[in-house]
Unconditional design. Sequence first.
Length: 137
Amino acid sequence: MPKLLENDYYRVDYDEERDLVIVRRSATVLPQPEMGAQVLAMVLSAALPYAGTPMLSDLRLAKATNDPRYEDAIRPQLIRMRELFPLTARVVKTASGRLQILRMARERKDSRLSAVFTDEAEALAFLEANRPPRSRK
């Protein structure tokens, strides 16, 4: 599985077998809100060659925060991520994490299906069931 990016905050891989991008958030806390936008920009840059493929976003290790400064800082990058990767499943640790992700999607006026799971296997099954037909390579 090719590693596209790894830093203190994220690891981004391309799963060739499943033809999807996997973004895993680490437990390292961002020291300031602006860094959230910067590191998400790096994630998007690394994943850009695979735009349009499904994306699994694993947020289980991230420390929960509902600080509006962080949410405001990352909102533009999250909007761009949804534009580039319209079929996305997020994996969170708790039901409250799921509610937070859904709230943030509502606030961004993201009316597309927001698939948030607490089980990675369910998230992968969702991506496979909802992906557009694969083109022949």
